[in-house]
Design a protein around this ligand. Structure first.
Ligand code: IFM
Length: 442
């Protein structure tokens, strides 16, 4: 499958997952530091304190990117590294770190693609309610203003939020992510403020970074009925409302889906739902992070409740997510059909697989990841053939890293990291991706 000549090939990562240096050079505490240091929250008690030590090793990591030939690197900025208490005093050392990273990327001809919020929220602001506090909109815009003023002359691709579904629902509803709250009212408040913050921040980024492309990254998950029963079909649409439409509708229509508003009822009490109009601010692109689909089935004996299941014999990654590349094609086509966004980027796609025992001739063999990438890249190419304005694809992730509540056990990297020594070793998938980039074909 061939890709357009100007297609952007990239790798992606995020601050808390790779940087480490959690207490260095004035960085403030983030919710993930607090959460991961709370016993029982993260597998094996792992934390991001050191992670891949990218804070010190970024020159080596950028050299790896250069050798692979990637065009763009999607990284995120750590809010408490810039503003240790979330607002007020700016930590110049934090800004300087990202400035050095950006300069080093540009020196290698790699375009920086910066995400402003990939989940490392300042703990000092969480103590004031975090995203459930209406002031969070202003806190975020002020932080974004500082970052985009400092880097906006050189960074010309900005993602404001990464996966607001995860920030609100995993963080405040299911409690699997920091800050570990389990409260539906708070989750929908957080989601609402994230949407308002998106609407408010886009013009600020545009002002500070003239000519930049600005967008948001969502993580749509196809919600398909497990059977043709009317109840499964009805519940799959509800699941779609929960996972997809609750975020897509604000961003592209300026409203919440009415069926969900009715269903959620008093959970939404006190929210000015009409204010979400402001989230439908024009953007230059939409980022899609794509990993899985859910098959929705009614739970017997619990009317109106649904769960997700897997097709018989499904091939799974180490996360237990089904390998189903057609889902990417279908989702890209749907998003293109239902929104007017001029460009779409896959800002993350990749897979975790168990670590190979040892490298052979200096390479970790990871045939399943190679097959995964091939399948999903073909899925992306099929979407382009169907008219989707897909402009780039970022593999998640360059390095094995801190996979949130799973700690270091789940390895997504195309480059292996030995966390005891910090040695980086290529996996076969990195070489495969290098060929894809060189040939413009998967
Ligand atoms: O590691 C995460 C990333 O931080 C956000 N998107 C999904 C990835 C894999 O779970």
């Amino acid at each position: 499958m061939n890709f357009p000549k100007d297609f952007v090939w990239g790798v992606a990562a995020s601050s808390y997952q790779i940087e480490g240096a959690a207490r260095e050079d004035g960085r403030g505490e983030c919710t993930w530091t607090r959460f991961s240091h709370t016993p029982g929250k993260v597998k094996d008690g792992d934390t991001g304190d050191v992670a891949c030590d990218h804070y010190h090793r970024y020159p080596e990591d950028i050299a790896l990117m250069r050798d692979l030939g990637v065009h763009s690197y999607r990284f995120s900025v750590s809010w408490p590294r810039i503003l240790p208490t979330g607002r007020g005093m700016v930590n110049e050392a934090g800004l300087d770190f990202y400035s050095r990273v950006v300069d080093a990327l540009l020196a290698e001809g790699i375009q920086p693609a910066a995400t402003l919020y990939h989940w490392d929220f300042p703990q000092a602001l969480e103590d004031q309610g975090g995203w459930t506090n209406p002031d969070s909109v202003k806190w975020f815009v002020d932080y974004a203003d500082v970052v985009t003023r400092a880097l906006g002359d050189r960074v010309k691709f900005w993602v404001d939020f990464n996966e607001p579904w995860c920030s609100s629902m995993l963080g405040y509803l299911f409690g699997q992510h920091a800050p570990g709250v389990q409260d539906a009212v708070k989750a929908y408040r957080a989601a609402h403020h994230l949407m308002l913050a998106h609407g408010a921040v886009v013009p600020v980024i545009r002002q500070n970074s003239p000519g930049a492309q600005v967008g948001i990254t969502l993580n749509p998950v196809p919600q398909l009925p497990a059977t043709s029963s009317p109840e499964d079909i009805r519940l799959a649409w509800q699941a779609d409302g929960f996972a997809n439409r609750w975020f897509f509708d604000p961003v592209f229509k300026g409203s919440y889906p009415m069926d969900m508003v009715k269903l959620l009822g008093e959970t939404l009490d006190g929210l000015d739902l009409d204010a979400v109009q402001s989230a439908a601010v024009p953007t230059d692109f939409l980022g899609i992070n794509y990993y899985m689909r859910w098959l929705i089935e009614a739970i017997p004996g619990r009317p109106g409740e649904w769960g997700s299941t897997l097709p018989e014999g499904a091939e799974l990654t180490a996360m237990g997510w089904e390998v189903y590349p057609q889902g990417l094609t279908d989702m890209l086509v749907r998003v293109h059909r239902e929104t007017s966004v001029p460009a779409i980027y896959v800002t993350e796609c990749g897979a975790a697989y168990p670590e190979a025992a040892a490298p052979v001739n200096g390479i970790y063999e990871d045939p399943k990841r190679v097959a995964f990438l091939k399948g999903y890249l073909n899925g992306a190419a099929l979407a382009i053939q169907q008219g989707v304005p897909l402009k780039g694809f970022y593999v998640w992730s360059l390095l094995d890293n801190f996979e949130w509540a799973h700690g270091y056990e789940k390895r997504f990297g195309i480059v292996h990291v030995d966390f005891a020594t910090q040695k980086r070793t290529l996996k076969r998938s990195a070489l495969y991706f290098k060929d894809v980039i060189r040939n413009g074909a998967a």
